[in-house]
Design a protein around this ligand. Structure first.
Ligand SMILES: [Mg+2]
Length: 267
């Protein structure tokens, strides 16, 4: 059953390009999210960017006028910490990542090591401090049989004036050199992210809508995991991209302003 006859009882919302761009909320987003919540629809924000914590994202949302607590946000960094703690408790982890993710994992009790000679698992993430030493140690660990895990598959990350290389490129560098394929990528569009989001929302796939601006992550997250999707055109995707996409969105909307009507709210 949906909330009061509405089409969905919960929404999984992307952040960058969907709710805001840079330091500005996108048109209609703040009001639309408030209306959903007033109607009893739960909203969970998800990001593939592992360089900020859920608490940092919540603070940013509040600053833009969207009430949010850390529990309202799932990041690929938080998810990889959960994965390590539950799937490989006590494992020695070689992280290819930024200091913020290093601190987040250490804060969860993860045993972080510097050398590829004694790592049980390599965790690769968006890392603007990536260098030859990290590459070499991760390569050594993978050649020695360590497991190969990553936060997110994105080849690039949007910034104010274009894009920068993201985790997908570092995964590719390691795959090419170590001769191994990444085993687990926890961020969108994986089932790890979908399960964690539905768990957090206490909602079933068929009663939950994914909203986001990227076909390969947001729309695919829904398409692969049984959730409807609304592709929003305020970010990286335009109408022309949709025709050739492997995964088709359930809905296409110009901005989040349309979202309340889409879920069935009339005023
Ligand atoms: Mg986005």
């Amino acid at each position: 059953m949906t909330v009061a006859g509405l089409r969905y009882r919960a929404v999984v919302s992307d952040l960058d390009g969907t709710v805001y761009r840079g330091n500005r909320a996108l048109p209609g987003a703040v009001d639309a999210l408030a209306r959903l919540r007033t109607a009893g629809i739960r909203v969970l924000f998800v990001s593939n960017n592992p360089t900020r914590t859920a608490a940092a994202y919540a603070e940013r949302l509040r600053h833009l006028g969207v009430p949010a607590q850390p529990a309202d946000v799932l990041t690929s960094g938080g998810l990889v910490a959960d994965w390590l703690v539950t799937e490989m408790p006590g494992a020695r982890v070689l992280l290819v990542g930024e200091p913020s993710l290093h601190a987040e994992l250490a804060g969860r009790g993860v045993d972080l090591v510097d050398s590829g000679h004694n790592a049980d698992v390599v965790v690769v993430s968006f890392d603007r401090t990536f260098d030859y030493r990290k590459w070499r140690e991760a390569f050594r660990a993978l050649r020695s049989g360590a497991r190969f895990v990553a936060t997110n598959p994105d080849p690039t990350c949007p910034i104010a004036d274009g894009e920068v290389p993201d985790c997908g490129g570092i995964i590719a560098a390691l795959e090419a050199t170590a001769g191994r394929q990444v085993e687990v990528v926890v961020g969108k569009p994986s089932s790890v992210m979908a399960r964690a989001a539905l768990d957090r929302l206490q909602s079933a796939a068929h009663e939950t809508l994914v909203v986001g601006d990227r076909l390969e992550t947001d729309v695919r997250l829904g398409a692969r995991n049984g959730l409807d999707t609304a592709l929003v055109l305020t970010g990286v995707t335009n109408h022309a991209d949709i025709h050739t996409a492997r995964d088709q969105p359930t809905f296409v909307i110009d901005s989040l302003a349309t979202l309340p009507a889409l879920v069935g709210l009339t005023n």
